[in-house]
Design a protein around this ligand. Structure first.
Ligand code: ATP
Ligand code: MG
Length: 378
């Protein structure tokens, strides 16, 4: 405890009791405390409004207030200050009520000595500080949870727009262009090969095919990987094709993941699937954009401990995290992991390469059953 004196507010209407209390305290904490004595609740409230103190010794029976109300009103005035209540010896029930009402401790008048008083005050101060710290931790935890929920909402909103735009491109624009292409092919069939329009028509049809298959197809898939609905395994295997412009992509899918996903296509929740897909996608995009790598390995597995684990490792030029210009990619990978309660880290060594790792939680077997029980289902 600091060398500053402990400031004690004694609220006690009986002068004899107050003097005894002072003497006991002087014996327990010689020259280590500074006491202010008041006799009425109104004076105590006045004092607590103006001043601070380390602990209040509070008699619950005062000329202007009786019983538990005395505690309730005092706490409302100084919620951060520990309170030790003083009760009569036949008031044990009231003492227990006071503890439930937020008092840190109680002392029975006439049964207190200096040792008990000193210990009770110290205990009350430490206990109150611990309670406050726990409360702050609880508030911090609640804020962190709210932040995670808000991140989740943002991700969901973003993914929904991407999914809808992708569907419109695929089902709307692409379908219409395919019909147009079919019509043009019909016209071409009916046109003599000697006609001047034949080569022009053929060129238009080829151009259309390119737009349909390459541009719209790629754009639609980049916006939203529709093959995720068939599972992570096919979606990850398609990375080889998507990133063929870059270094050789080696994809290693763990046997356990393949086995478990085959048995249950919904093994990985939708949010987690999207998160791990987006992290791998950004990591691979970074390899193509920045790494100058010869090879990149993508590893994905579901470990027995209930984690989906990803590693994307390249043998490129690496970078210094302190000096690299920060884009959105690395931060977004972490956001995707955070939003589902997972972790993502980027480790890079200049001249050696870069490694992106992520671990995202999978529902534990039996968790659904527990959730149903919690909800009162069967
Ligand atoms: N695999 C990698 N190899 C080398 N450098 C990398 C690699 N991944 C990231 N970097 C470096 O880290 C920086 C930050 O990456 P990040 O993905 O956050 O941003 P970006 O790719 O530059 O832009 P954005 O992702 O927003 O389009 C990059 O600019 C690059 O310098
Ligand atoms: Mg990037």
């Amino acid at each position: 405890m600091s060398s500053d004196p402990i400031k004690v507010l004694l609220v006690e209407d009986n002068l004899g009791d107050a003097r005894l209390m002072y003497e006991d305290l002087e014996e327990a904490l010689p020259h280590q405390f500074q006491m202010t004595h008041v006799r009425r609740l109104s004076e105590a409230l006045e004092y607590l409004w103006e001043e601070t103190c380390n602990v209040v010794l509070l008699d619950l029976g005062l000329p202007d207030s009786h019983g538990i109300d005395t505690l309730v009103v005092t706490r409302a005035q100084a919620p951060g200050v520990p309170i030790v209540v003083l009760t009569g010896f036949q008031d044990e029930a009231l003492a227990v009520e006071a503890l439930k009402g937020g008092a840190q401790d109680y002392l029975v008048k006439g049964q207190t000595d200096s040792k008990l008083l000193g210990r009770s005050l110290r205990y009350a101060i430490v206990r109150k500080a611990t309670e406050e710290a726990l409360l702050r931790q609880g508030v911090a935890l609640a804020r962190a949870e709210e932040l995670q929920r808000s991140r989740q909402r943002l991700m969901e909103a973003q993914e929904r727009v991407r999914r809808e735009t992708s569907a419109q491109l695929h089902d709307g624009v692409q379908e219409k262009l395919l019909i147009l292409k079919g019509n043009l092919q019909g016209i071409l069939k009916g046109t003599s090969s000697a006609s001047e329009t034949t080569p022009i028509l053929s060129e238009v049809i080829d151009g259309l095919s390119q737009v349909i298959e390459r541009q719209i197809g790629v754009l639609s898939r980049r916006l939203y990987p529709a093959n995720l609905s068939h599972g992570l395994v096919p979606a990850f295997l398609s990375f080889g094709d998507q990133f063929k412009a870059g270094p050789a992509v080696e994809i290693e899918l763990g046997e356990e993941l393949m086995r478990r996903e085959k048995a249950d296509r919904n093994l990985v929740p939708e949010q987690v699937k999207l998160a791990v897909y987006r992290i791998a996608e950004e990591a691979l995009t970074n390899v193509v954009k920045h790494a100058k790598a010869g090879k990149v390995t993508v590893r994905l597995d579901a470990s027995g401990e209930g984690w989906l684990r990803l590693m994307v490792r390249d043998d490129g030029q690496g970078f210094d995290a302190q000096s690299a210009p920060g884009g959105l990619g690395v931060a977004t990978m972490r956001d995707y992991a955070d939003a589902v309660g997972g972790q993502c880290a980027v480790h890079s060594v200049p001249g050696v390469g870069t490694e992106v790792t992520a671990a995202l939680p999978l529902p534990r077997p039996g968790a659904e059953h527990l959730k149903a029980l919690e909800k009162g289902g069967d």
